[in-house]
Design a protein around this ligand. Structure first.
Ligand code: HAM
Length: 420
């Protein structure tokens, strides 16, 4: 027995998954986004440069793939399975010389992170990734958040969730803040964990990613970056909060929210649900004003975006699934030939029904009538169309209504019209 790889899932019913995809596409279209697709394979360097060497994703979670030989030389290019969609989208923007900005795009696909699997945390998972590339206007962040809030609250009718938000300022603000934070950490050096000690020196803001209970409790008292903003950033932060209120979006400020990736500047946010347990964020995002330059763009391209974790969103929706107006399955008609001699006729009848877009299946296995009926019932058949020797001879079928149990004989020639 060969089992699936740890942390991956077999999705055996894609109804909810596809329903979400359809809903999201319709919603994003209203906000003028275009769907794109980028490769699952990308150069490792793309993520090392953009996510940051001290992040958990780069340090512990990358899946490396045996590389191709670079065309120009003999050195091997290290290729990886993408862990997220933002860096790839920005790479696509730069590489394809997109000039019409803001470039408002979204994509849906699998991501890979070698994390410790648990509820809502997988090694292969799916994201709906939304990006607005080439827009400095901070109101864009508000519009993006409003679009997501509307998706969760109105379209998907999720009842209990919260929007957490914070503001990481500009490069200068973060430089200033890191010094203040380092002084704070220095004063607590005896109590912080060994990883935080290393992070303090290498990239102090990453200490907020620590999952250690005593560290997280301690960091509640840490200085807040929103208290270190320059005048311009202060105005932008206030404008975000005012406009969220203006658009009736509820939020909570979380001063330790930095998000686990290095590319963020200014706005960061997460949508969290109490139904998810430890991995409570089903959507996260923020502004990343320097990323395009880091990836090789010639000009500055301030940007903002977010990603929704589809598996986590499905967990959130699981309880409320009945409230969703999911597309109804087509009624199923099962053709039941009584013996091998009626198989050819069964094929012909099924073909007629399917040509008329009626959902139809045939029970071709050599089972007893009783077990065939049981099977049809389990399959959720609305009608069973029985064809035995008599029916074949008289060009009829026996139609059994599986809800009422009633049976009637009708001519084969009128079957499709009757069912329609
Ligand atoms: P992220 O917070 O790393 O951000 O991931 C976004 C969402 O993907 C999370 O909120 C969660 O729902 C889901 N997710 C992440 N890791 C896992 C996992 N191991 N298993 C299941 N679901 C997971 C990003 O990826 C950024 N690229 C978002 C972004 C877009 N920022 C700006 N633009």
């Amino acid at each position: 027995m060969i089992n699936r790889v740890k942390g991956t899932q077999d999705l055996l019913d894609l109804a909810l998954f596809n329903y979400l995809g359809e809903k999201v596409k319709k919603q994003f279209e209203i906000y003028n986004f275009t769907e794109i697709s980028t490769p699952i394979l990308e150069p490792l360097d793309l993520y090392v440069r953009s996510l940051g060497e001290e992040t958990d994703v780069i340090k512990k979670e990358m899946y490396l793939v045996k590389g191709d030989t670079k065309e120009s030389g003999s050195s091997e290019e290290v290729i990886c399975l993408r862990p997220e969609g933002t860096a790839s989208t920005v790479r696509a923007f730069v590489e394809n010389n997109i000039i019409n900005t803001p470039w408002k795009v979204f994509s849906i696909g699998p991501m890979f992170r070698h994390e410790r699997p648990q509820k809502g945390r997988y090694r292969q998972f799916h994201q709906i990734n939304i990006e607005i590339i080439g827009s400095k206007a901070i109101e864009q962040d508000v519009q993006l958040i409003k679009m997501l809030d509307r998706l969760f609250f109105e379209t998907l009718a999720i009842e209990s969730y919260a929007l957490l938000i914070n503001f990481l300022g500009c490069i200068e603000d973060r430089k200033k803040f890191k010094l203040i934070l380092s002084t704070f950490l220095e004063s607590k050096i005896a109590t912080i964990c060994s990883t935080c000690k290393v992070r303090k020196d290498k990239n102090s803001m990453r200490i907020f990613d620590c999952k250690n209970d005593s560290c997280t409790a301690l960091y509640q008292e840490a200085p807040a970056i929103v208290d270190c903003l320059c005048d311009g950033c202060k105005l932008e932060w206030q404008s975000i909060l005012d406009n969220l209120e203006h658009l009736s979006v509820s939020y909570s400020i979380k001063k330790t929210l930095v998000r686990g990736l290095d590319y963020y500047s200014k706005t960061v946010f997460e949508f969290v649900s109490p139904d998810l347990g430890a991995q409570n964020a089903f959507c996260g995002g923020g502004r990343y004003d320097q990323l395009a330059l880091e990836i090789g763009a010639k000009e500055d391209q301030p940007s903002v975006g977010a990603a929704i974790g589809i598996e986590r969103l499905m967990l959130v929706l699981d309880a409320a699934k009945d409230r969703l107006l999911m597309p109804q399955k087509m009624p199923l008609y099962i053709i039941m030939p009584m013996a091998k001699e009626q198989h050819a006729l069964a094929l012909l009848l099924a073909d007629e029904l399917q040509a008329q877009k009626l959902c139809c299946d045939i029970l071709l296995e050599d089972d007893s009538v009783k077990s065939k009926m049981r099977k049809a019932n389990k399959m959720g058949a609305k009608f069973v169309i029985i064809v035995g020797e008599d029916e074949q001879r008289n060009r009829m079928v026996t139609l059994k209504n599986m809800i009422t149990g009633s049976e009637e004989k009708i001519a084969q020639s009128t079957l499709v019209a009757y069912l329609k």
